[in-house]
Design a protein. Structure first.
Length: 169
């Protein structure tokens, strides 16, 4: 079911709308806060599944501080580090900040470390979330609106999401 959405406007175009500029990650953090409060009121835990574009510190720090579980695809430039081992005797120079670098290629090539998980949704083994995005774009026509005003675009997009929700109910 579609939830609240925010339309991203480039910084150069924001002056024409009278709104303040917010990056995609700032908008995502606001939506995550809204979803967290809804889940908290219902006594549920919030899990967010996101693409690699939202694995930056500006988004992750804010949602992890709320206690949200985040499942994300790593960015291709992700630099993973092992936990830093405490040094018993102090050596010369600045103490290390990070542990040794973890090379993803070595982990991916080692098949023994991968676990297979079977996901069932309504008794069927399928991936439904991508199907919803596809339906909203292809069948309901989200993103194909030919309007010139920001607020008309927001209205048209929300109308597309509501039509999809009503059809799927």
């Amino acid at each position: 079911m579609p939830l609240p959405a925010r339309m991203y406007i480039k910084a150069k175009d924001v002056k024409n709308t009278g709104l303040s500029f917010k990056s995609k990650t700032e908008q995502a953090a606001e939506l995550a806060k809204w979803a967290y409060n809804c889940c908290k009121n219902l006594g549920k835990e919030l899990w967010i599944v996101t693409d690699g574009g939202f694995t930056g510190a500006s988004f992750l720090k804010s949602v992890i501080k709320m206690g949200v579980v985040v499942i994300a695809r790593l960015r291709k430039d992700a630099a993973l580090r092992a936990l830093l081992k405490q040094v018993k005797g102090r050596k010369r120079g600045r103490p290390r900040k990070y542990g040794k670098r973890i090379k993803l290629q070595n982990i991916v090539n080692n098949r023994d470390r991968w676990n297979k998980v079977k996901a069932l949704l309504y008794g069927e083994e399928e991936i439904k979330i991508e199907q919803n995005f596809s339906d909203i774009k292809e069948i309901e026509g989200a993103g194909q609106q030919q309007v010139r005003n920001y607020f008309a675009n927001v209205g048209a997009f929300h109308l597309n999401m509501w039509v999809h929700t009503l059809v799927e109910l």
